[in-house]
Design a binder for this molecule. Structure first.
Ligand SMILES: Nc1ncnc2c1ncn2[C@@H]1O[C@H](COP(=O)(O)OP(=O)(O)OP(=O)(O)O)[C@@H](O)[C@H]1O
Ligand SMILES: [Mg+2]
Length: 284
C-alpha cells in the first residue's frame, strides 16, 4: 500500500512522485470511483472523479471557485447523491445507507463548513457541548471530553466567551473544535481559513495538522494555494468537476511536529512578505 505519509520518512526532504492512479486498499477511508454529480439545474458539480484517501492522510482539495470542492464534501456527508459512480467510506458503499441510518453514519464525520455557524447565544463551551449532545453523549461524557478538546484547540481561556466576543480565527477554532468534539475518524474542512489573515490561518492549519497527527483523516478544501504549497501535503486539484492533478506536492518530511510546522509556515510567510516588500520597493 503506497502511503505518502510513510513513504517519505527520511529527514531530508525528497520529491514525492505523482499519484496518477488510485488503487484502494486495506487502509482506504474514502474512495470515489467514477463519480459524477449533475445538479437538477444541469450544472456539473463533479465529473468522473476517481481517487482514494488512506487512513491518517491530510489531503487538500484545491481548484477555482465552482470546480467541485464543496460538492465532494457534500457527497461525503450524504447531503447529495451522486448521479453516477460509487462512493465508499471505510469500505461502505454510501448508496446502501438507508435514510434513517444517515444520522448514525454522519456521527463518524466532523464537518467544518464554509459558512461555519456558531450558535450566537451560547458560549464556546456550550457550542461544543451542544454537538456532543446532538450525537447522543451524556452530560457526564461531555464534561469528561470538553477539557481535552478545549486544550487541543487552544480555547481553554475562552470557554465562557460568546461568539461575538471572539476574533474570526478564534471563532473558526471553535468550529473546528465542535467538528472534532466526538473525535470522528474523518474530518472535513471546507475553506477553514477563508477570510482569515495568513498568521491566523497558520494557527488553523496547525490545529488541523495536530488533529491529523492524532490519527484522524483530514480533508481540507481551500482557495489558499500559498498555504497548500507551504503545507507540502497531498493535493487533489479540480477543474470544472474533474480531477486534473493528484500528487504529494514537492517536498515534505513526515515527522515534522506541529510546532515545527507552525515555525516553518511563519518563517515562509515572513520570507514571502519580505520578498513582496522588496519587489514593491524596486517597482517604485
Ligand atoms: N445546488 C446547486 N445547484 C446547481 N448547481 C450547483 C449547486 N451547487 C453547486 N453547483 C454547481 O456545481 C459546480 C461546483 O460547485 P462547488 O460548490 O462544488 O464548487 P467549489 O469548488 O466548492 O467552489 P467555491 O470555491 O466557490 O466554494 C459549480 O458550477 C456550481 O455552480
Ligand atoms: Mg465551496
Amino acid at each position: 500500500m503506497t502511503s505518502y505519509a510513510h513513504a517519505n520518512a527520511a529527514a531530508q526532504p525528497i520529491a514525492a512522485p505523482t499519484r496518477p492512479s488510485q488503487t484502494p486498499g486495506a487502509n482506504t477511508v474514502v474512495e470515489f470511483q467514477g463519480v459524477t454529480k449533475r445538479y437538477d439545474s444541469g450544472d456539473i458539480g463533479l465529473e468522473r472523479a476517481t481517487f482514494a484517501i488512506d487512513r491518517q492522510e491530510l489531503v487538500f482539495l484545491v481548484g477555482a471557485t465552482g470546480s467541485g470542492k464543496s460538492t465532494i464534501m457534500r457527497l461525503l456527508v450524504k447531503e447529495l447523491e451522486p448521479s453516477e459512480g460509487v462512493i465508499r467510506v471505510a469500505g461502505r458503499d454510501l448508496s446502501q445507507i438507508q435514510r434513517k441510518s444517515i444520522p448514525y453514519y454522519r456521527r463518524n464525520i466532523g464537518v467544518v463548513f464554509q459558512d461555519f455557524k456558531l450558535l450566537p447565544t451560547r458560549t464556546v463551551y456550550d457550542n461544543i457541548a451542544y454537538t456532543l449532545q446532538v450525537t447522543g453523549a451524556s452530560r457526564k461524557q461531555i464534561r469528561a471530553a470538553l477539557p481535552d478538546i478545549l486544550r487541543l484547540t487552544g480555547l481553554s481561556t475562552k470557554l465562557h466567551n460568546y461568539p461575538h466576543q471572539l476574533s474570526g480565527g478564534e471563532q473558526q477554532r471553535v468550529a473546528v473544535a465542535r467538528a472534532f468534539a466526538s473525535h470522528p475518524p474523518l474530518l472535513l474542512a471546507d475553506e477553514p481559513t477563508g477570510n482569515l489573515d495568513p498568521k491566523t490561518s497558520i494557527g488553523i492549519m496547525q490545529l488541523l495538522y495536530r488533529i491529523n497527527r492524532a490519527g484522524t483523516t483530514v480533508i481540507v478544501a481551500t482557495h489558499d494555494s500559498d498555504m497548500v504549497n507551504r503545507m507540502r501535503r497531498r493535493v487533489i486539484e479540480l477543474r470544472r468537476g474533474r480531477v486534473i492533478r493528484d500528487e504529494a506536492t514537492g517536498l515534505y518530511t513526515q515527522d515534522e511536529t506541529t510546532s515545527d510546522l507552525g515555525e516553518r509556515l511563519r518563517r515562509e510567510v515572513e520570507t514571502h512578505d519580505r520578498i513582496e516588500r522588496a519587489r514593491a520597493q524596486t517597482r517604485r
